[in-house]
Ligand binder design. Structure first.
Ligand SMILES: N[C@@H](CCC(=O)N[C@@H](CS)C(=O)NCC(=O)O)C(=O)O
Length: 313
């Protein structure tokens, strides 16, 4: 069964990256709305510990992290491509910069107490829920290894990237890497979308009209899901579609072999380990097999970049 199920929530920027990519590729998807904060019992039944948004579910295969999800969608539907040949490498590098650095600057910009003011709550969220969200995120970011930008410097850092982008879009375009959209656009757009929705500033891109136009262009790719599915129903669905037996040839590594009991953990923030039996380690993908009381046998996939494999303690 190749039905695509996106686990996400409306206010999640990384989910927005995948929503716009799904629309760009014309891929239909079912939507499962997960909570914005822990506890997320149905999500954890599928992943075994990974709590971040979004997830892509295909039967009993659970794909974590937008870096891998983008590659999986490209594999499923190569055209239109996220990685146009002349800029395939450059677009991946820009996307990594946007996801890892630009997003952190944006987070500081949105949450800084001066300048832009404190963040606006996501639509429909009460003050009390907003306090809960901040607590949850503070805990998730504990001991994080992400780039730290002092809040008062965030606006100048941000302008130093958006200014040149504004100039570039005047020469080339209409996308970041030229005439066709690429992963660079989707990874940068979700950062701008986050600022637009959450910064307490009337018009954060007032000085950057071409960037504003480009944001609208990428906004236009977003498509509604086919339907909404309850998260418990998605767990049931995983249980009903057990994955095929593992293929030993899918582990190519000097240290790890198929069947090893491992745990996978993020290297940047949110260090919730996922335990299971290694079934795939090739290219930019690691997958483990786990048996869950509710979801049955599931295969949880991660990208290599940003994750560490270790022996459970
Ligand atoms: N590297 C991950 C980052 C995902 C991420 O940090 N997502 C945020 C929401 S946009 C998150 O999960 N926050 C905590 C939560 O929702 O529980 C990816 O590319 O998917």
């Amino acid at each position: 069964m190749n039905e695509l199920i996106l686990h996400h929530y409306e206010a999640s920027p990384y989910s927005e990256k995948i929503r716009t990519i799904l629309g760009f590729k014309g891929l239909a998807y079912r939507s499962v709305l997960q909570p914005q904060v822990l506890p997320k019992p149905d999500q954890l039944a599928l992943t075994g510990g990974y709590r971040k948004a979004p997830l892509l579910q295909i039967g009993a295969h659970i794909y974590c992290d937008t870096n891998l999800i983008a590659d999986v969608l490209e594999r499923l539907k190569p055209e239109p491509t996220l990685y146009p040949a002349p800029v395939a490498g450059a677009s991946r590098m820009i996307a990594a910069f946007a996801d890892q650095t630009l997003f952190r600057i944006a987070a500081m910009l949105v949450f800084q107490p001066q300048g832009g003011g404190t963040a606006r709550a996501p639509e429909g969220m009460s003050r009390r829920e907003m306090v809960g969200l901040l607590k949850d995120r503070t805990k998730m970011m504990q001991d994080s290894r992400v780039i730290h930008v002092p809040p008062d410097l965030a606006p100048t850092h941000f302008d130093s990237f958006i200014g040149p982008l504004e100039v570039q879009l005047g020469h080339e375009g209409p996308y970041i890497c030229g005439p066709s959209p690429s992963i660079a656009d989707f990874a940068s757009h979700h950062v701008m979308w986050f600022i637009q929705n959450r910064a307490n500033v009337e018009d954060p891109f007032a000085e950057y009209p071409r960037v504003k136009e480009w944001i609208k262009r990428i906004d236009g790719f977003r498509q509604d899901p086919v339907d909404q599915l309850e998260s418990a129903a998605a767990v049931e669905l995983a249980k009903k579609t057990p994955p095929p037996p593992p293929d030993q040839a899918l582990v190519e590594h000097p240290e790890w072999k198929a069947g090893d009991t491992i745990e996978i953990v993020a290297t940047d923030y949110g260090f919730d380990p996922v335990q299971g039996e290694l079934v795939k380690l090739v290219g930019n993908e690691i997958a483990l097999r786990r048996i869950d009381e509710r979801a049955g046998e599931v295969i949880v996939h991660f990208p290599v970049v940003g994750y560490e494999i270790r022996k459970p303690a």
